[in-house]
Design a protein around this ligand. Structure first.
Ligand SMILES: Cc1cc2nc3c(=O)[nH]c(=O)nc-3n(C[C@H](O)[C@H](O)[C@H](O)COP(=O)(O)OP(=O)(O)OC[C@H]3O[C@@H](n4cnc5c(N)ncnc54)[C@H](O)[C@@H]3O)c2cc1C
Length: 425
């Protein structure tokens, strides 16, 4: 017998995926008075930044004492620290390190600290839930977005999605859709072209040991109790990736399983050599830790050569997390594709190529692109237009009023940039 698909209602904006990008999109839409549904397949908010145990905001400054990334990225960083451990460097006052402090670092031959912080993953997840709840976002946990329902009247647009959860199969309808699944799941199902990239052998878990607990007790800082333990330990740039192991394709079920099984068995093998009462694994990641799976082949694809380029459709200035000085902007065109009227993406699936994809996908830029996507949906609804055709100056003005720096300051473009990677991801 064929199961009936229940109609569960219509929303202004439907956001698929409750990672940091999805939460930023949903909250932004709700703040513009829209009826927003946020659908998350797991049982907590934050995606990789909580469930995936990637509990670290990469630098949001230029490495010379000036904060570059603001807007909801700053708001969420503050939220991550509100109820749990972690701190940004005290040297920063109102988004910059005062000149006399910078002079002090220089006199000692030191580089200034970067504006970044670790935080408690699960306390951040709770704080994100409180934020969504306060802003009136409708939340649907433990629910997997499975299929898209194309709009027969508007080719390239959606009218709804189907969702599988404990109640069975239901359909949700909306005027605009944000694909914040991190893997461009909605886009792919809607037939929107995507780009893909493989992943290295890396897997991090949260651990404690007798030694780390002693350190935490001595310092009075619970954040020192946990540390990362690895299965595969390859770096962001592939250093340490075994030559015999093919890259993992995070958009293929068989490959996701190969990644999980290889890495979990490797971790267990390491643990077997240690005293079983001297350490513990506090948490295994609740989702595969893939940096890049799929991204939209957007109207614009950000490239490394776009460093220091101003985009007329910028929705936020961002910085390179690993190399001091390097500045970028997120083009709105990296979130949209002409012909796809009411679908936009954000976060890990914003269009980037090579290292520029890495610069775009980390937590602070992912939040900014989420904020832009949610705001764009709200404006498109008000203007009655398709997402790629939105009035860009109007979008930029609204984002600016919400605290986003749209363009980086040319005064911060150095004559020569330092090309040294520091591996902050
Ligand atoms: C190993 C590693 C190290 C990293 N290190 C750092 C770092 O130190 N600092 C930093 O800033 N960034 C780091 N990053 C990057 C950063 O964590 C992510 O890029 C960022 O958190 C992405 O956020 P997102 O919201 O775009 O996607 P995700 O966090 O992937 O969120 C997507 C959400 O969608 C949900 N979802 C997926 N499919 C569906 C579906 N069909 N239906 C419903 N829900 C769905 C998922 O459950 C998830 O909650 C790292 C990433 C990795 C993998």
């Amino acid at each position: 017998m064929q199961e009936e698909i229940r109609d569960c209602g219509h929303y202004d904006i439907l956001v698929a995926g409750g990672g940091v990008a999805g939460v930023a999109a949903a909250v932004s839409g709700a703040r513009h008075g829209k009826k927003v549904l946020l659908i998350e397949k797991s049982v907590k908010l934050g995606g990789l930044a909580t469930l995936g145990l990637i509990n670290f905001f990469v630098p949001m400054c230029n490495g010379r004492g000036k904060q570059i990334i603001f807007g909801m990225a700053e708001e969420m960083l503050r939220l991550a620290l509100r109820y749990g451990y972690g701190d940004v460097p005290e040297a920063f006052v109102d988004g910059k390190i005062p000149q006399e402090t910078l002079d002090g670092y220089r006199a000692q031959g030191k580089l200034p600290p970067r504006y970044m912080t670790g935080y408690s993953a699960d306390i951040f997840a709770l704080a994100l839930l409180e934020l969504c709840h306060k802003e009136g976002v409708h939340l649907l946990f433990d629910s997997l977005v499975t299929r898209v329902l194309p709009d027969p009247q508007q080719p390239g647009s959606l009218q709804g999605v189907t969702v599988e959860n404990k109640s069975g199969c239901c359909s949700y309808y909306a005027s605009y859709f944000v694909d914040a699944t991190g893997d461009a799941d909605l886009l792919r199902r809607a037939g929107v072209p995507t780009l893909a990239r493989g992943n290295y052998h890396s897997y991090q878990t949260l651990a404690i040991s007798l030694e780390s607990c002693r350190r935490a007790a001595a310092s009075g800082d619970i954040g020192q109790a946990t540390f990362y333990r690895h299965g595969g330990g390859a770096s962001l740039y592939g250093g340490g990736h075994p030559t015999t192991v093919p890259l993992y394709d995070g958009a293929d079920a068989g490959e996701v399983n190969r990644y999980l099984i290889d890495n979990q068995l490797e971790l267990l093998q390491k643990l077997k050599t240690e005293g079983r009462k001297e350490r513990d694994i506090v948490a295994l990641p609740g989702m595969a830790q893939f940096r890049t799976t799929r991204c939209i082949q957007g109207d614009t694809v950000l490239r490394e050569s776009d460093a220091y380029r101003h985009f007329a459709d910028s929705v936020g200035a961002i910085c390179d997390f690993d190399r001091r000085d390097y500045l970028f902007e997120i083009p709105y065109g990296a979130l949209t594709r002409h012909g796809c009227g009411n679908i936009i993406t954000a976060g890990r699936s914003a269009a980037g190529e090579g290292y520029a994809w890495d610069v775009l996908r980390v937590i602070p830029p992912a939040i900014l692109s989420g904020q832009a996507a949610g705001t764009a949906c709200a404006l498109a609804l008000d203007q009655g237009c398709s997402l790629p055709d939105i009035d860009i100056p109007c979008l930029q003005a609204v984002l600016e009023r919400a605290g986003v720096t749209i363009h980086f300051d040319d005064a911060d473009v150095p004559e020569i940039s330092e090309d040294r990677h520091e591996n902050n991801d």
